[in-house]
Design a protein around this ligand. Structure first.
Ligand SMILES: [Zn+2]
Length: 111
């Protein structure tokens, strides 16, 4: 005798139910944040071994400051960077915002 097994629910419903049985799963962005933190720490550790005057500028602000300092026209309030990045990260959310220097209006150049 042949017995045909009839699914109670559709295939998609079975897959969804199986997926829901796994419960809440964190997404892969956690790994991206961990990798970012690791790279940031490695860069900081590597930079710490290099004298300040020999470090490679890593950001646009660093590059701008290097040019303005070499030309002797760096803003005294921001040291030629044109501003600063403020970090208000919390609860696993990264928030970094650029704040332009009001003295030089973000140019990094003394007036
Ligand atoms: Zn400035």
């Amino acid at each position: 005798m042949n017995t045909l097994v009839v699914p109670e629910m559709g295939i998609i419903d079975d897959v969804e139910r199986d997926d829901e049985d796994h419960g809440y799963e964190r997404d892969e962005t956690d790994n991206c944040h961990r990798l970012g933190a690791l790279l940031k720490r490695l860069v900081a550790e590597s930079d710490a071994r290099i004298p300040v005057e020999r470090r490679a500028p890593r950001t646009l602000a660093d590059m701008r400051a290097r040019i303005h300092r070499a030309a002797g026209r760096a803003c005294q309030d921001c040291d030629g960077t044109g501003g600063e990045t403020k970090d208000t990260s919390s609860g696993g959310v990264t928030r970094r915002t650029w704040h332009s220097c009001s003295s030089c209006r973000g140019t990094g150049e003394s007036r």
